[in-house]
Ligand binder design. Sequence first.
Ligand SMILES: *Cc1c(COP(=O)(O)O)cnc(C)c1O
Length: 238
Amino acid sequence: MERSFDERAQSVLANLQTIRMRINEACSICGRSPDEITLMAVTKTVPAEVIQVALDAGVTVMGENRVQEFLGKRDALQLANTDVHLIGHLQTNKVKQIVGTVSTIQSVDSLRLAEKIAEESCKQGVVTNVLVEVNVGDELSKSGVSLSEAESLLRQIAPLSGIRVSGLMCIPPIAHTSEEKRQNFSLMHQLFIDIRGKNIDNVYMDILSMGMSDDYFEAILEGATLIRVGSALFGHRT
Ligand SMILES: *Cc1c(COP(=O)(O)O)cnc(C)c1O
């Protein structure tokens, strides 16, 4: 049976409380401040009125996967205090539609895509933050550059006007144990710190976006600054 809006809203609020508790718990284990962690609500397939519950409860960042889906929901949301990121794979022919409607595109994995985003941002007089997506497990099914290619892509896109290179993002392979989960996050954190240490012009390592519903706890232990949580907040997607 379809759940009522009120029931769904209540469960989002309860889930949010649980997630915040776990963020605090992870932070206390590794000696970080919860202020260092940004909780992103991942809103694919979630109706606007349910998303709004999370935003009204203090979630400040939302992530959408698909351009069309976001543009379809946007007018039904109050986004004045919300930072919106695109987190899904972006085709170059959709760049025009999305630039100017989101602050950040987390899924940049080619020079060509970065150039398109930069060009369109300049045209619109905006600066779009971009993260380089790293395919940390070298999986054929996933987009992203390999760990070893990341720095060279960052160096190529850094000089482009209209974008600000703000960090790294990854979707790691499915892992079952806590240890397995932490391994890939640890590799990402090392890369993040290495690149930060190189002080490359126009490359800002502000955001390390990693950790989803099943592994955000481990991601925080390994240095994530932004976690992307969907189903643990809104319930399973249908
Ligand atoms: C769907 C999605 C998430 C959230 O996944 P959950 O497991 O539901 O938390 C995070 N990041 C990306 C890129 C996604 O596509």
